[in-house]
Design a protein around this ligand. Structure first.
Ligand code: HEM
Length: 732
């Protein structure tokens, strides 16, 4: 009896469950709902939405259901509206930005939206007060840096990258990300040595926030397991705390360096010095996160298109050659600068087409609706996640005919729907759908564009990007076009390729450019520290070693050269004074008149003494004088090359000329006189049969004293000038 009751109860329960599921199924798939794949109660389409290459499945559904420019789907109860047409994105995310600019919660991050005041990750925050003030500040910092041309940081790092690629091409995936990271660390904390850790930290956050990251981002209930049996939460605690600590350490370090006057321009200094007093940012904790996040957000975002640039160029040698031609013609044999950008439409077109063809945030970033709404007759409930599917926008065949093919000409030739004139301004990356929409649109568009122009342009200037050959078979190793990770910001899977310098001269020039840039950077830093120490009334710290570059390239310090050379000038001066005013006059004391019998002996003695002067002047001091010519010429060149040197290259050139005059004068005027006096030792018959008048012995010696005055005056002038220039300013 009891068994029958239990059976009946089970049947009723089963029936009720089925009835409930059927009802729910009908409700969630009702005709009032926007079109989309059929949804299963509670699950939505979690069962057939792959985590890998999710955007491809979204696009597949877009082709089936996205006729209106959007479709809906669900995942474990979360409602999604996938937008596949730019016009719909404009309607929902720009025109209705006021209530469609929130962000969805990311389960595997603590308080990702900052609803509870954590204030940590600007791009992930809900549309709240923290987001508003951090966005405003971030925008103003980036804009200011853009206007300052990033203090030359991008050029410096691009040069370092070229040199690294020459020295260690196989490490290109690391050095590429490291370059992007160094730019951001330099801008944020004026310290490029932080790049490696910063990249790791950025990777940790990117993985944690992506659907393809921890399983708790998809199977969200797992996140709520108690801590002792929850490895995901434990790992996130560790990651989060370390990152926060590191950001705070950077902030405090900057502040303490500032107290000693040892911090150069950077965003953190700008904040502490200027912004902190007049901002609504709540204090150090929030500021350190704002700045730390700013450094992080510019790493993989920029590294992505840069990696795809390599892939694209390897597959399109014809376009690579066109970019190289353009740069060679327009940039005077040097890598492109931002001033050259208007003259480089082909480079810009290839960069933009790379980003269209291989977008690095292919799903787009979701917004969340804050109110119930109706769009195109369909009800959109509050809390819906609107996903602007960039992969679909960029493969729209009407806007981009032949969308699967890399065709930069679509930006360059009239007749293509995307062509825009003038070519000095277009194509530009700014406003691309890849940077998102409305109030949440990306703040790094200019920075991205500028960094890609500098980095991709430098690559094209320096290298032929080619497939690598297998050393044993000689076959080309494949560079896959469609293999990547599936994080929110994607990058190609590891691959191999070759970086072939375009010529030996280019290679040497690239190495020279880096050497020069590195030396200047070190000297600027040392000079800054010395000034800071002087202001504090302390002894100046030792100048950073110049000869020890990270790439193992020695460099000769112009400062060291000029100091050594001016020491030589004064040694020469001392010697010439001794000769003219002591040595030779001593030989002539009471010199007998030519009419006296003692004269012949005295003249012979004079001649025999003479080799000492000859040896000292010719063998020892003339080479030193010659070295002076080269030393001052090098210093003069260094001052000429150093844009803001306080040493004047023209004065140093005068010093070099003084030494030149001394050497020529010694050879042309003094040497014949030496030979004549030397001949006195053999009664007037010198080497190679030269005959001299012995009665003129004293006359020759006194003339020698007079001529030797040039060797007094010239080194004195050269040394004094060089000394004044060295005291005035550093050359390195
Ligand atoms: C190719 C490079 C980049 C791409 C494709 C990209 C893409 C995006 C996207 C899709 C969003 C979200 C937009 C939305 O919600 O509608 C975003 C937001 C953001 N991006 Fe970028 N980004 C790039 C580079 C950068 C760089 C270099 C920086 C900074 C240096 C940056 C800073 C930001 C910030 C701060 C936000 C958050 C804006 C907010 O939530 O209000 N991005 N980016």
């Amino acid at each position: 009896m009891q068994l029958v009751t239990a059976g009946l109860l089970a049947l009723v329960l089963l029936g009720a469950t089925i009835a409930h599921l059927v009802k729910l199924f009908r409700k969630i798939n009702g005709p009032d709902k926007p079109p989309g794949p059929t949804q299963l109660p509670y699950l939505g389409r979690i069962h057939d939405l792959p985590i890998e290459y999710m955007w491809l499945k979204f696009k597949e559904w877009a082709d089936l259901y996205g006729g209106n420019g959007f479709y809906r789907t669900q995942m474990l109860g979360a409602e999604f509206l996938i937008v596949t047409d730019e016009k719909v994105a404009e309607d929902l995310l720009v025109k209705r930005a006021k209530h469609n600019s929130d962000r969805p919660n990311i389960q595997s991050l603590f308080d990702s939206k900052s609803s509870n005041g954590s204030m940590e990750y600007l791009p992930l925050m809900g549309r709240n007060q923290y987001w508003a003030r951090q966005r405003k500040l971030t925008h103003s910092y980036i804009t200011e840096a853009t206007n300052r041309r990033y203090n030359g940081v991008m050029y410096h790092e691009a040069k370092r990258w070229m040199a690294r690629l020459i020295e260690n091409p196989d490490d290109f995936q690391f050095s590429l990300e490291d370059m992007a990271s160094k730019v951001m660390c330099q801008l944020t904390w004026d310290d490029s040595t932080l790049s490696e850790y910063c990249t790791k930290s950025a990777w940790g956050l990117l993985t944690q926030m992506s659907p393809a990251g921890p399983i708790t981002n998809v199977l969200t209930p797992l996140w709520h397991l108690p801590l002792f049996m929850n490895p995901w939460k434990k790992a996130e605690h560790k990651r989060h705390d370390e990152q926060q600590e590191w950001w705070m350490a950077r902030f405090l370090e900057t502040r303490s360096k500032m107290a000693n006057g040892e911090m150069r321009t950077c965003w953190t200094k700008q904040y502490i010095e200027k912004t902190a007093l007049k901002t609504s940012i709540s204090g150090d904790a929030e500021a350190s996160c704002l700045l730390g996040m700013l450094a992080l957000v510019g790493i993989f975002t920029v590294a992505g298109p840069l990696s795809y640039w390599l892939v694209t160029m390897v597959h399109h040698p014809d376009w690579q050659a066109a970019v190289q031609r353009e740069i060679d013609e327009q940039c005077g044999g040097q890598p492109p600068t931002l001033e050259d950008a208007p003259k480089l439409p082909i480079l810009r077109a290839c960069i933009k087409e790379t980003m269209r063809w291989k977008p690095n945030v292919p799903t787009g970033v979701a917004h969340e609706t804050e109110v119930d709404d109706v769009y195109a007759g369909y009800f959109i409930p509050k809390g819906t996640r609107i996903l602007p599917l960039d992969w679909a926008f960029l493969r729209n065949p009407v806007k981009y005919p032949d969308p699967e093919t890399f065709r930069p000409e679509r930006w360059l030739e009239p007749g293509w729907p995307t062509f825009q004139a003038p070519l000095t301004q277009f194509p530009t990356l700014k406003g691309m759908t890849s940077f998102g929409w409305g109030q949440r649109q990306c703040l790094g568009m200019s920075l991205t564009q500028d960094e890609l122009i500098v980095a991709c342009g430098s690559l094209a200037w320096c290298f032929n990007l080619k497939p690598k050959r297998d050393p044993t078979t000689g076959m080309e190793l494949p560079v896959p076009l469609d293999k990547s990770n599936s994080l929110l910001i994607i990058k190609p899977d590891p691959f191999q390729m070759a970086f072939e310098p375009r010529s030996e001269e280019r290679k040497l020039e690239a190495l020279r450019l880096w050497k020069e840039s590195d030396a200047k950077d070190r000297s600027d830093r040392a000079e800054f520290l010395q000034t800071a120490a002087a202001k504090r009334g302390e002894k100046a710290p030792a100048v950073a070693p110049i000869g020890n570059l990270p790439l193992g390239m020695p460099v000769i310090s112009p400062n060291a050269v000029v100091s050594t050379t001016l020491a030589c000038s004064f040694i020469l001066l001392g010697n010439a004074i001794t000769q003219s005013f002591m040595g030779v006059p001593a030989l002539l004391v009471d010199f007998p008149h030519p009419s006296t019998p003692q004269h012949a002996l005295a003249a012979r003695h004079l001649g025999r003494q003479w080799p000492v002067f000859w040896q000292v002047g010719n063998v020892f001091f003339r080479p030193i004088s010659t070295l002076g010519i080269f030393g001052y010429a090098y210093a003069s060149y260094a001052a000429y090359k150093k844009a803001h040197s306080s040493s004047d290259w023209k004065f140093l050139a005068v010093s070099a000329v003084c030494h030149l005059i001394t050497v020529i004068h010694s050879a042309v005027n003094m040497q014949p006189l030496n030979a004549k006096i030397d001949a006195l030792s053999r009664d007037g018959v010198g080497k190679m049969g030269i005959k001299v008048d012995v009665s003129l012995a004293e006359h020759y010696a006194r003339r020698w004293i007079k001529l030797n005055l040039v060797r007094v005056v010239m080194p004195a002038v050269a040394g004094s000038i060089a000394l004044s220039q060295t005291v005035k300013g550093r050359l390195n």
